[in-house]
Design a protein around this ligand. Structure first.
Ligand SMILES: C[S@@+](CC[C@H](N)C(=O)[O-])C[C@H]1O[C@@H](n2cnc3c(N)ncnc32)[C@H](O)[C@@H]1O
Length: 233
């Protein structure tokens, strides 16, 4: 392992983990997150789980070279399966697509009980994840926009309160809280990327002569993003 200090992406995830948490890292791969959290004293023990043997072996090797093997319960598991009775309080699911993260949460009803904090870092389709969380009654507590390997991502934390809510398309794409504040340069870039994607989709529909509800939604989205980036600058 090169360093026990996580990059900005995993650093954002680490910052959401509560002191003294019973922590699990799902899709741990290299186990950078549990190793860092153990070495910094934020948590006492961790579960490091991965569905694939290779990444789990890598996690074991890294933990051994950092001297924290005894404090980690390594599990070959699909998502959160078999972890109902571990008393987990803080669960990270990072570095996967938004749809896969949503499906892992959906297959683990126990995350809806007690005071469980979910720390989620989708690499793609964050909008699908936000829509799932809203529909199922998971409140998004905070979102951080981060840059890693020259790409911009979101990392968020959420908990279940059983009160579903609806999000506009722009809120699904960018997050509710971001659209309410004056953006930082990185947040402008995050919204700017969504603006470019919406413009591209809209241009495709316009050149194909498609005039339907989705075309109208995209038009509204483009002007909302343009207004947001101009007005709040
Ligand atoms: C790109 S790595 C991310 C590693 C680390 N979490 C990070 O963010 O840097 C994704 C990891 O998730 C694992 N994975 C994929 N689907 C999974 C599932 N259903 N349950 C557990 N692990 C899974 C993969 O084997 C891989 O090691």
């Amino acid at each position: 392992m090169q360093s026990t200090r996580p990059d900005e992406r995993l650093g954002a995830a680490a910052s959401f983990v509560r002191q003294g948490a019973v922590f699990a890292d799902i899709g741990t791969d290299h186990a950078h997150l549990p190793i860092f959290l153990l070495k910094s004293g934020r948590i006492l023990r961790a579960v490091a789980a991965d569905v694939n043997r290779g990444p789990l072996d890598r996690a074991r090797d890294n933990a051994a070279s950092e001297g924290v093997s005894e404090k980690i319960d390594f599990r070959l598991a699909d998502g959160l399966s078999g972890m109902e009775a571990l008393g987990l309080t803080d669960i990270a699911i990072c570095g996967m697509g938004g749809e896969l993260i949503a499906s892992i949460i959906d297959r683990a009803p126990f995350v809806r009980e007690g005071d469980v904090r979910l720390i989620l870092q989708p690499m793609t389709r964050a909008s699908v994840l936000r829509a799932y969380l809203a529909r199922e009654g998971f409140r998004i507590e905070e979102e951080k926009i981060i840059c890693a390997a020259s790409r911009v991502y979101v990392c968020l934390c959420a908990h279940y309160d059983g009160k579903p809510y609806s999000l506009s398309r722009a809120e699904e794409e960018c997050g509710q809280s971001l659209l309410l504040r004056t953006p930082t340069a990185l947040e402008r870039r995050y919204v700017g990327e969504r603006l470019s994607a919406a413009r591209k989709k809209l241009a495709g529909r316009q050149s194909g002569g498609i005039r339907d509800e989705e075309t109208e939604t995209l038009e509204a989205l483009v002007s909302q993003y343009e207004r947001y980036l101009e007005i709040k600058s």
